[in-house]
Design a protein around this ligand. Structure first.
Ligand SMILES: [Zn+2]
Length: 165
């Protein structure tokens, strides 16, 4: 049995069910049925607009967004699904902090809900550095089904890997 690296830490009965779906060749279909919406956010410019709009709606008080880009070198899990960098620049005599958000390129072709989930995750990091209770409270504020989406995203990445191997 191949280790399910995107699902590390989940209970054995969950892993067994996922493994069975993979062996039956059904994981892709289960996901495609549940997430049939694509999105049209192709360029970095469109991604910036999308992230900015969500931020305006839910997190207006947080620090300004810096760069927002798709990054093909980003390894999704290594960076806990996305990445968030704080860049401080001296402007005049004031230190100004802006935030850079990089989204792994795999999300460009992923269902719309998964792009939203990862953007919500990164936006929550504008306010909360750790993956703690208040971080997830912010995530579920922006996307009420956040936990389900994150689990299903892990399934989706598992499926992409299984397809490749
Ligand atoms: Zn994170």
């Amino acid at each position: 049995m191949k280790a399910l690296k995107y699902l590390a830490g989940y209970p054995p009965h969950v892993l067994a069910r996922v493994q069975a779906l993979i062996e039956q060749g059904l994981l892709g279909k289960v996901l495609a049925d549940r997430y049939d919406q694509t999105h049209a956010i192709r360029s970095d410019g469109q991604l910036y607009e999308y992230v900015q709009a969500l931020k305006e709606r839910h997190l207006r008080q947080s620090v300004p967004l810096g760069k927002v880009v798709y990054d093909s070198k980003l390894q999704v899990m290594k960076h806990a699904l996305g990445t968030h960098t704080t860049i401080s620049r001296v402007q005049g005599d004031r230190l100004r902090t802006s935030r850079e958000i990089r989204i792994a390129t795999v999300f460009r072709d992923a269902p719309a809900e998964f792009l939203k989930m990862i953007v919500v995750h990164e936006l929550a990091h504008l306010k909360e550095a750790e993956h703690d209770k208040s971080f997830y409270r912010l995530c579920t504020h922006m996307a009420p089904d956040y936990h389900q989406l994150e689990f299903d995203l892990r399934l989706y990445l598992t499926h992409l890997d299984a397809d490749r191997g």
